[in-house]
Ligand binder design. Structure first.
Ligand code: AMP
Length: 415
């Protein structure tokens, strides 16, 4: 027996209402904020990710699905959506459009992680990117939009955490302060954090181990080391967030896991926070487009994992609308009636009425039982007598009431 690869999941029909509901709400919110859809390839040149996400990040070091194709190209299944969208922005000259260009995607993401609840090797992300403007009002708008998503799904009890991690001018001084602070505490750190201190000190701040968290809580804060421009940007952002009445909490340990972030970073957490719980997050990446070969182009984005939204919808008992399905079941008795049933099914479908037709030679009782199981509103029954007289029996499946009607009146009645 074959099984789905570890860390992947089949999305069966019974799960689909959640997916379609989330997608619909996302598309609605995107339209309200002026975002247009973009779809990018599932795989890209490996360099796109190593250069943007960062050589020292978990994603690049341990999690990418990378392989050589038959043409000798080294390609990677996308482990995130921002770099491919920026690549597309550059490749198609989208900088010539009015800025910012606002794009959104819904895409499968691949990361070779240790599978556990809320963490998969293939998961789906919704993401949005606003490229080409550094106005903090845009940061506020993206954060507002992210918050609106979760509110529109009906999720409650979430927290919205915010930080500013500065830019390439002020970050080095901050990192020095951070390293100095940690140098005295190196013995108390977990083995991962000892490595982080050497390779990626910012990530020391979001270690999930209790002792490391306690140390991080007293560490120097990035907001105290911002250059005047970053400081002003952050102050203005906070003012806009106040205007929008968003319930932001400043989290001095919030840094995010990808290297391209600058200035604003934010995350949305459910009530029961933990390593696998972050619902979504994002931030500015003002240097990324330049890093990928474009002109300096500020930008900000946000991404959220759809599986984690579903976990939270279920936990909070949020009901999602059922998907439309055929409401009419066609039953028959005898071969001639079966021919009529086949023709009628086709006619009704052409009239925009969804139909499920019985198959085989089950008894009428068994056919009606099937109609019940499928939750059909109506069954149409055709027997020898009906074929002769050009009629059908229409049965209301809830009340079990039946009436005989002329065949040609059926589409109008059902509609
Ligand atoms: P990131 O690109 O790491 O900032 O992730 C954005 C969002 O995607 C996270 O907040 C999660 O909701 C979701 N996510 C990230 N990695 C996984 C994963 N391995 N499995 C399921 N969801 C994930």
């Amino acid at each position: 027996m074959y099984r789905a690869p570890r860390g992947t999941a089949d999305i069966l029909p019974e799960e689909q209402p959640y997916w379609r509901y989330i997608e619909r709400e996302m598309v609605n919110v995107c339209q309200l904020y002026g975002y247009e859809r973009i779809d990018v390839p599932v795989f890209e040149d490996i360099q796109l990710f190593t250069r943007s996400v960062g050589e020292e990040t978990d994603i690049v070091k341990k999690e990418m699905y990378t392989f050589e194709d038959r043409g000798g190209n080294i390609i990677t299944l996308r482990p995130e959506g921002t770099a491919p969208v920026c690549r597309a922005y550059l490749e198609h000259g989208l900088h010539n459009l009015p800025q910012p260009v606002k794009l959104y995607y819904i895409a499968a993401i691949f990361r070779y992680e240790r599978p556990q609840a809320g963490r998969y090797r293939q998961h789906y992300q919704f993401g949005c990117e606003a490229i080409g403007d550094d106005d903090p009002a845009l940061d506020a708008e993206v954060i507002d939009m992210a918050w609106k998503f979760f509110m529109s799904f009906g999720l409650r009890g979430l927290s919205l955490n915010l930080n500013s991690i500065g830019c390439k001018q002020c970050r080095p001084q901050y990192l020095t302060a951070l390293k100095d602070y940690y140098a005295d505490r190196i013995q108390e750190l977990c083995s991962d954090c000892k490595m982080r201190l050497k390779r990626n000190p910012l990530r020391l701040l979001d270690c999930k181990k209790l002792l490391c968290q306690q140390i991080a809580n007293s560490a120097p804060r990035s907001v105290d080391h911002l250059c005047p421009q970053c400081n002003e940007h952050f102050d203005r952002l906070k003012r806009y967030l106040d205007l929008l009445a968003l319930p932001c909490v400043i989290d001095h340990c919030l840094v995010r896991g990808l290297d391209y972030y600058t200035r604003t970073v934010f995350e949305i957490q459910p009530e029961e926070a933990g390593a696998q719980s972050t619902l979504g997050g994002g931030g500015r990446y003002d240097d990324l487009i330049e890093e990928l070969g474009g002109k300096p182009t500020p930008a900000i984005g946000f991404a959220t994992g759809i599986e984690r939204i579903i976990v939270n919808l279920k936990k909070q008992g949020v009901a999602v609308p059922a998907l439309p399905r055929p409401q009419v079941f066609i039953a028959y008795v005898g071969d001639e009636a079966k021919d009529e049933a086949t023709k009628l099914s086709s006619t009704l479908r052409r009239n925009g009425i969804g139909v499920i037709e019985a198959l085989g030679s089950k008894s009428l009782k068994a056919q009606l039982r099937q109609a019940n199981t499928l939750s059909a509103h109506h069954a149409v029954i055709i027997g020898e007598q009906e074929v002769k007289t050009g009629t059908v029996i229409l049965r209301d499946m809830t009340t079990a009431q039946q009436k005989t009607i002329p065949l040609n009146q059926l589409p109008g009645l059902l509609r």
